[in-house]
Design a protein around this ligand. Structure first.
Ligand code: ZN
Ligand code: CU
Length: 484
């Protein structure tokens, strides 16, 4: 292409296209919010030319599992995300979405992971989408509708199954949200406010999501001893409703289940529905959520990330707090609640087996409201690229990038994103393949990663050499069959 004019030209980078193709040295030309050309553009003219020789140029990362529903509105610079190369977040996971929900009382668990009562002001999904557009977050946002949020709005008593009538109201609400641009339904069936839902209650809803080309993302009913039964239930729901399934943060939780990843992955591979079955995973041997007494077993180490009555105990192990107080861990946990926790309940080998599986995408599951969060909030994507691809060779770099770009874009139906291709949106990351690594740790989690050089969102340079530029060019992404 001779003398083409671009707004921005990235020259001499190692192009990794997100589609899992072999990398090659080349240039990327950007015009407006789109990629205009990829290849040998040495004769091209551009308003701004950046030499990125020796660096990897790839699509922006898609964080498929987040709880950033409210944070994209209240902290729109999205620093934990852009600083690790994330350009799109999927919000509304684990059955909890901010919309469509207005709250006059404290958010029932685990909705409190998203924000406070005053944050839930969304009468409709459309209103949420409009508020995201008005807030102009730095990253693109696509949203699932949470089953628990629908229950809070339409089911009289969360500890029981929805009646036929309540299910019909939830279906109606979901139908409206899908028409207004949601990309699917999520559940968090392990949590007490959703646990009473029957398989049928969920599949009635999943059918509505399917009508609009949505997906079904599920934090399964059981990630512990009953994981295979829970997987079976997820498959029943997805296959009855005929829509793609994403098993959220797949793990074999609890020491009794360590070593079972092979069995679980084999069950997925041999499922009649396996062509429509995908998973996400975070690259750590610990999970995080609200502090839950059922998980206080004196075996698994538990780190306190948040405590309303005892903020001074945050960042300590529950065992240590219990010892200092001269009480059992259970008693200490009761005194700390409401609280948040990290549970070291995952075996590294299981996590690696899952992370390396070809159908597994990357989802941080970061909790943006914790004062001392799980390090996955800041470190997930560079950790996959640095520790697991470069250092441990769990997968080649292009495979790692595919898991965080092209694969999720196709499964979540994010049109024209996830690949470096002419005509696609210019969501782009430039990083140093030798330097890239996560810095956030369990001891010191609020730390940005190293090695991310540039992050472009819809053609706009949003992050450069360790700092945000102050630009915020994220969009709200609607499903392709929505009516507006
Ligand atoms: Zn979850
Ligand atoms: Cu989650």
């Amino acid at each position: 292409m001779a003398n083409a004019t671009f707004d921005l030209l990235l020259t001499g980078g190692m192009i990794v296209d997100g589609a899992n193709s072999p990398s090659f040295e080349g240039d990327v030309g950007i015009l407006g919010d789109r990629i205009a050309a990829v290849g040998d553009l040495r004769n091209a003219v551009a308003k701004l030319v950046i030499n990125v020789a020796g660096k990897v140029v790839c699509p922006g990362f898609i964080d498929v599992h987040t709880h950033d529903d409210i944070v994209v509105l209240v902290k729109p610079d999205c620093f934990p995300k852009v600083s690790q190369g994330v350009t799109t977040v999927i919000v509304g996971n684990c059955g909890i979405s901010a919309a469509p929900l207005q709250l006059a009382k404290d958010p029932p668990e685990p909705l409190n992971l998203l924000g406070e009562k005053s944050d839930f002001v969304f009468e409709s999904f459309r209103q949420y989408a409009e508020m995201v557009e008005a807030a102009r977050p730095a990253v693109n946002t696509a949203a699932l509708v949470g089953h628990t949020s629908l229950r809070v709005k339409h089911v009289g008593e969360l500890s029981r199954t929805a009646t036929t009538r309540e299910t019909a109201s939830m279906q109606k609400e979901l139908e409206k949200a899908m028409a207004e641009g949601s990309i699917g339904l999520s559940t968090g069936l392990a949590y007490k406010n959703a646990f009473a839902a029957t398989t049928d209650e969920v599949s009635q809803l999943a059918r509505v999501a399917a009508k609009y080309g949505g997906i079904y993302a599920t934090h399964m009913r059981d990630e512990f001893d009953g994981i295979l039964e829970a997987l079976e239930e997820s498959i029943t729901i997805g296959s009855e409703a005929k829509l793609p399934i994403v098993i959220s943060h797949l793990k074999c939780a609890g020491p009794k289940n360590w070593g079972r990843s092979g069995e679980v992955l084999a069950a997925i591979e041999s499922s009649h529905y396996h062509d429509h079955l995908y998973m996400d995973c975070y690259p750590y041997n610990a999970g995080s959520s609200n502090l839950d007494l059922n998980q206080v077993d004196e075996q698994v180490d538990i780190l306190i990330t948040r405590s309303d009555p005892h903020p001074e105990q945050v960042q300590k192990l529950l065992a240590q707090i219990a010892q200092e107080w001269g009480v059992s861990q259970r008693e200490a946990a009761q005194r700390l609640m409401p609280a948040g926790a990290v549970y070291f309940s995952i075996d590294e080998q299981d996590m690696r087996a899952i992370l390396g599986h070809e159908k597994v995408m990357i989802g941080s599951d970061g909790l943006p409201c914790d004062p001392h969060p799980h390090p996955r909030l800041f470190g997930t994507f560079p950790r996959v690229l640095g520790k697991y691809s470069r250092e441990e060779a769990l997968f080649p770099l292009r495979g790692a990038i595919h898991k965080m770009t092209g694969l999720p874009a196709s499964i979540f139906n994010l049109r024209d994103r996830g690949e470096l291709k002419s005509g696609y949106f210019a969501d782009i990351v430039v990083f140093d393949p030798i330097e890239i690594r996560d810095v956030a740790t369990f001891e010191s989690p609020n730390q940005k990663s190293i090695g991310i050089e540039y992050v472009l969102v819809n053609g706009v340079i949003t992050f450069r050499h360790g700092h945000t530029t102050g630009e915020r060019a994220g969009r709200y992404i609607r499903n392709s069959s929505s009516t507006n």
